[in-house]
Design a protein around this ligand. Structure first.
Ligand SMILES: CC1=C(CCC(=O)O)c2cc3nc(cc4[nH]c(cc5[nH]c(cc1n2)c(C)c5CCC(=O)O)c(CCC(=O)O)c4C)C(CCC(=O)O)=C3C
Ligand SMILES: [Fe+2]
Length: 340
């Protein structure tokens, strides 16, 4: 199959105060998120001047990918489109059509399976193609990369670096705490072909990162950034509740590693660097937050290698054992379209 472009697919975030509410309405369109939660989340964005770091992080990642492609003879022009904020994927797909693109490879900034992390990116693509109409390019999404060394190793190095900031005398009572975005339990049960894929992949990644970074330490996988109404069950425990229970068990220090994410966007810098840090402070826990891959050269190279799996027969590089597919038959099959 011949591909003639690359497109970075991401979540999007506001870049000025007036963007915040329209962005949040896009995110929560038809999802039953309570109005109070929206107002509270708007405050988190306004705390940072109404600017989420995520778009700038995407610009930097895209530039790094373009430079890496150029250095390695990958001749695909690179585009970028978001689900919830400008540049919107609809506009990007229209631009690609105008530029004569016929079939692009898409890389989503999420390593995992499940609805929000994978399937919804397919829906974004389908919606954009529908809107652009005849002549819209095909887009094939690159595979999930939760156990790729280019994702696992930067997380592991970041955990090691964070450990180095804590009191070495506390090493035996230090705990690794991995976090990912909580999702509704029903969404978790339906993730992937046999369900539970988001959770199973996160457990695998946590194990791989812990084994590389600090094989002697105990670790947990917990959740952050829950949003839905209280009567709807989401994955638990929340990081803040978990820190409280760790403090009660004699843990003195924590390294918090957001393996659910690829960059230090707002959910990381607010929910961890503000909220979880404050919780740890009240409990007297030493706290160090590990970084995310961002534009780590190994992560950028991974993106090219995923492209080359499709274009040049490159072998899949992976550290885990869970099944992997180019387009997994559960969360990642493209939605059926009326016409093509
Ligand atoms: C699995 C997952 C990822 C990881 C995979 C991926 O990256 O795709 C993720 C990423 C992100 N989530 C983000 C922000 C938000 N997520 C929300 C709401 C929700 N997230 C959900 C899940 C996920 N979300 C779900 C099930 C909801 C409920 C509503 C719905 O079913 O859609 C809301 C609404 C308000 C609220 O928090 O209640 C906001 C503002 C940002 C941007 C940060 C920035 O601006 O820098 C990013 C990268
Ligand atoms: Fe989210």
């Amino acid at each position: 199959m011949a591909y003639d472009a690359f497109v970075l697919l991401s979540f999007g975030g506001p870049e000025k105060p007036d963007d915040v509410m329209p962005f949040l309405r896009n995110v929560t369109r038809g999802r039953g998120i309570p109005e109070e939660r929206l107002a509270a989340v708007a405050e988190h964005y306004l705390h940072f001047g109404g600017v989420s770091p995520i778009n700038q992080q995407c610009r930097e990642l895209l530039a790094a990918i373009e430079a890496d492609f150029a250095a390695h003879g990958v001749g695909l022009p690179a585009y970028w489109g978001n689900r919830n904020w400008h540049p919107m994927i609809e506009d990007t797909v229209a631009q690609m059509r105008d530029d004569g693109v016929e079939h692009a490879l898409g890389f989503a900034t999420s390593a995992y399976g499940g609805y929000s992390s994978c399937r919804q990116y397919w829906e974004d693509i389908a919606r954009a193609q529908e809107k652009v109409g005849p002549g819209a390019p095909r887009i094939s999404k690159l595979r999930q990369f939760w156990d790729h060394p280019g994702f696992v190793q930067p997380h592991a190095d970041a955990v090691r670096e964070a450990l180095g900031k804590l009191d070495p005398a506390h090493r035996d009572s230090t705990r690794l705490v991995f976090t990912a975005h909580s999702i509704p339990v029903s969404m978790s049960e339906n993730a992937g072909p046999t369900g539970g894929r988001y959770l199973a992949q996160l457990e695998e990644t946590a194990g791989l990162v812990a084994a590389q970074a600090a094989p002697g330490l105990e670790y947990d996988l917990v959740w952050q950034s829950r949003s839905g109404p209280p009567q709807v069950p989401w994955l638990e425990p929340d990081i803040n509740d978990h820190l409280e229970s760790l403090a009660g068990k004699g843990v003195t220090d924590v390294v918090v590693s957001p393996i659910g994410f690829v960059s230090d966007h707002l959910e990381v810098i607010w929910d961890l660097d503000n909220e979880a840090l404050e919780t740890a402070g009240k409990l007297g826990l030493g706290f160090a937050r590990a970084g995310t891959p961002g534009t780590d050269p190994r992560f950028v190279t991974m993106v090219r290698h995923l492209v080359e799996e499709r274009t040049a027969g490159r072998d899949r590089e992976r550290l885990g054992r869970l099944p992997v597919w180019d387009e997994c038959p559960g969360c990642c099959v493209p939605p059926r379209r009326a016409s093509r």
